[in-house]
Ligand binder design. Structure first.
Ligand SMILES: [Cu+2]
Length: 493
């Protein structure tokens, strides 16, 4: 039934009540109204709502009738992981961020029982954007610690809606994680898909910077300035990464219920390597097709639907991209199944590209030169570690394992261990062309690294004595000698 029709019926009922109250005694009219109210709740079958924690979604609704749905939810204040080594006192609906997912059907009458844990310090309430009524339920659900509030509403409009706490200071309650999604399925249901997931973004404001260890308090000033330290999917850095990634199989259709709790930022939601076949824009009836990035407002939502055609890891981001790579707004969808080389070939070739007249590039090194003729091997290793982390790690990796078919390993490297002078020259002058390391051939470019003799000696001594290599020592004098034998081709290092 359309909203218009519902509104018309409601207003007709209202008119009838108004008429009766004109003709009859006020006593009678109030009993008529009470009957209508009683009728609409007592005759409906009663169903207890299934609530789920993200990224899970309650099963699709299969019934074709209106029901009275009872939702029991508890607000809890809880210290949980924000990032590795970082804890935060979250305020939650149901003990997790985002809050539990609620799924009902258009026309349902919802009895909402909001309990506030006796352990809470704060009162809380709930404003559901699916509610037609003042405050979306907020005033009726204001609940002190150790209490339960009950209110009812009728779900007039289908769609995907945000709910959140609206207790003052509202921004702080939302900023601490008090938001979630409620889906009001249209009477005809949503189109069938193979997988459904719940992803909700939020921004967090901590006293310490991103990654600063320990229990981090909320920072009101940063929140007011809208300068979050964390922008997250599902309440923590990595909540949807690695083993926690959401999954699908090639050929399946996936629906993401995407919400944005804010409190401040608007999300440019994007899945790298996928195109949304359909987006229910802002969670409403409007369906857009073939969408790359969909805007999810603070306090808003969207439903995205797509078929996964090829296997791989698909990264979900807020495409305001520093949020993804520097503030945590990054999740993963892992798709398993057979490749389709027509849809996506994978890498077919990688050749060194050196335009005519160009030379191997050189990375400038801002670190101050230190001469170190008299260092012990142990001191060289200690200094070299730092040099490695700043100059080599990006390619050869923290473990020294390199990256398959791009950067050779300096871990247990037969190439390195066989000839120290050759390694010195690679660091001094860079290297390109085929190279065989531990039986694997690489054909790539290492830039010359601008280091002084002492630094080259230290970093190589560090590498030789790390990552399972054979040990040994490279001295500044040795580097100096190599430098004089094969002069630098480019630059003045
Ligand atoms: Cu609250």
């Amino acid at each position: 039934m359309s909203n218009l029709k519902i509104r018309m019926i409601v207003s007709v009922i209202g008119a009838v009540i108004a008429l009766t109250s004109c003709d009859q005694s006020s006593e009678k009219s109030s009993s008529t109204q009470a009957n209508i109210e009683k009728e609409s709740t007592s005759n409906l079958p009663v169903i207890k709502a299934v609530l789920t924690q993200a990224p899970n979604v309650p099963p699709p609704i299969t019934r074709d009738y209106v029901a009275k749905v009872v939702v029991n939810m508890e607000t809890q204040e809880k210290v949980m992981r924000l990032a590795d080594g970082v804890d935060y006192m979250f305020w939650t609906f149901g003990g997790q961020v985002p809050g539990q997912f609620i799924r009902i059907r258009e026309g349902d009458e919802v009895e909402f029982n909001l309990s506030n844990s006796p352990d809470s310090k704060m009162p809380h309430n709930i404003d559901l954007h699916a509610v037609t009524g003042p405050g979306g339920g907020a005033a009726s659900s204001f609940t002190a610690p150790g209490h339960t509030s009950t209110f009812s509403f009728k779900a007039l409009n289908p769609g995907l809606y945000v709910y959140h706490c609206a207790t003052a200071p509202v921004g702080m309650h939302i900023g601490n994680g008090m938001y979630g999604l409620i889906l009001v399925e249209p009477k005809a249901g949503l189109p069938k898909v193979d997988r459904e997931y719940y992803v909700m973004q939020g921004d967090f404001y901590t006293k310490g910077k991103y990654g600063e260890a320990g229990l981090q308090p909320f920072d009101m000033e940063k929140a007011i300035k809208e300068q979050p330290d964390y922008v997250l999917f599902n309440g923590s850095v990595g909540a949807l990464n690695g083993d926690n990634a959401i999954t699908a199989k090639v050929g399946e259709t996936v629906r993401l219920f995407v919400g944005n709790g804010g409190p401040n930022l608007v999300s440019s939601f994007h899945v790298i390597g996928e195109i949304f076949d359909k987006v229910s824009v802002e969670g409403g009836d409007l369906v857009n097709k073939n969408v790359q990035t969909t805007l999810v407002p603070a306090g808003g939502a969207a439903m995205t639907e797509f078929k996964v055609d090829v296997p791989g890891t698909f990264i979900m981001v807020d495409h305001s991209i520093f949020r993804a790579f520097n503030k945590g707004a990054l999740g993963m969808l892992k798709v398993n199944g057979p490749e389709d080389k027509i849809i996506y070939s994978g890498k077919q070739a990688d050749k060194v590209y050196l335009p005519e007249g160009s030379a191997t590039q050189s990375i400038a090194n801002p670190t101050v030169a230190v001469e170190n003729e008299d260092l012990t091997k142990e001191q060289q290793i200690a200094l070299g570690k730092n040099i490695y982390e700043n100059n080599c790690l990006a390619c050869h990796q923290a473990s020294g394992e390199g990256i398959p078919s791009a950067f050779p390993p300096v871990a247990k490297s037969d190439f390195l261990n066989a000839d120290h002078n050759r390694a010195i020259n690679i660091v001094l002058h860079g290297r390109s062309g085929p190279i065989k390391v531990n039986g694997e051939t690489y054909d790539s470019v290492m830039p010359a690294i601008a280091l002084n003799n002492g630094q080259v000696a230290n970093v190589l001594t560090y590498v030789l004595n790390s990552f399972g290599n054979n040990g040994g020592q490279v001295t500044s004098a040795q580097v100096d000698k190599q430098r004089s034998i094969i002069p630098a081709k480019i630059g003045s290092h």
